[in-house]
Ligand binder design. Sequence first.
Ligand SMILES: [Fe+2]
Ligand SMILES: [Fe+2]
Length: 143
Amino acid sequence: MKLFEEIIEDHKKQRILCNMLVDTSGETKKRKVIYEELKNELKVHADAEERYFYRPLFKFDETQDQARHSVAEHQDIDKLIEELDETDMSSPGWLATAKKLKHEVLHHLDEEEEDVFPMADKTLSESKMTDLAKDYRSMMNGR
Ligand SMILES: [Fe+2]
Ligand SMILES: [Fe+2]
């Protein structure tokens, strides 16, 4: 399904950036660049997903709880990002929190792909998903 393919493409980027981030050390240019890129990816993706994936899933009894759970995870990820923003990048605590962020993000992506997509596939019509895929991609491209 096109919508899932579009989302998976962006999940791949996030997985790579998470792995690169925990490989960095200290307050380096590399760490700053990777962190900013990951932060931006996570933010735009979560916004686009909430609008063009979770919003329609909230309308069905079968998918409402899962949609709520996933959106709560987006908020948990946001909180970790806030924590990183407020922590001195050169401190050991920064990397510890970055590892927590990686763990949360990877868990979230796996859960979406393994649990949420099959549910959505049963609930949303083909034509609805085609429309959502277009809207999702144009929001991601227009950032
Ligand atoms: Fe998500
Ligand atoms: Fe996602």
